[in-house]
Ligand binder design. Sequence first.
Ligand code: SF4
Length: 348
Amino acid sequence: MKEAMLYSQLSDGSVECELCHRRCRIPKGSIGFCSVRKNVDGVLYSLVYGKAIAANVDPIEKKPLFHYYPGSAVMSIATIGCNFRCKFCDNWTISQSREIEGLDFPPEKVISSSLKYGCHGVSYTYTEPTIFFEYAYDTAKLAREKGLFNTFVTNGYMTPEAVRTISQYLNAATVDFKGSADPKFYRELMAVPDPEPIFETLKEMKRVGIFIEITNLLVTKYGDDLGGLRELASRIVEILGKDVPFHVLRFHPDYQLYEVPSTPISTLEKAAEIAMDVGLKYVYIGNVPGHRLEHTYCPSCKEILIERFSFDILRWNLKADNTCPKCGEKINVVGTLQKGGSKWLSLI
Ligand code: SF4
């Protein structure tokens, strides 16, 4: 156990966790909503510090981060637990587990393994990194000392205090929306009272200079309302601008929605058209390998700049200064094509 960061002690011996917007008030001897933070005699502890339930070397495109050091290999770690209860979660066996389990993989070992396998960065992913914040924070600090970058794949429900605290080490984040941020969808399918705080997270992340990509999962029948998607895309433009990469993700049957069919590709394509119509310059369709919207196109002349198949980069067609070779448009890509790391290794 490790004492938690970001909590307050209350006069009756309970504590208030300040990591995510649930702001759980936890009486002595009890655990928070995410099931991995416990009040022991008035002190809040993380129960999953250094206990990885997954550790893999992945291509950064899997996060997905398409515009941040493309081609990088990232050490990807998770613990059990989550502050959401998504009925369609594709990592539900670990996110919804109530058993504290995982192998000892302390921050020092995460970093030494990252270096051993030639990773360019570390990604805190699969489950929600906010709930294993202390583990992520210490690992991220060490990563930066060794010249590695850090990325979160997050539902965005963290508090502004949490964003500010991790910001000194966090380089980039994939912020995942579901069902186009429809409040009813969040309440009924995810047990989240209100998605509004996620937009505050985006503002805070932008303010502190974290590079952001957005995903939006369209769940067939429940969350594929394209009017809602237009509204979400408009808010993203308003908060983050037109240059932010925006991924429309296909749902696959899973967990409690295993009888719901995959999102039709025609729905995803209409969604992508709407996002582009709203002004977003880099719109992708995810979970459909081989689709033409896996590539990065020049927003100006439509030249293919980064050609992909699934998470692989097939062709790199940007100039060294990340401009389009045909028309000279400056493209919102951080870093250039990375090579040399191992990919697709499973350590745990
Ligand atoms: S991180 Fe966990 S304990 Fe803390 S507020 Fe969120 S759900 Fe509650």
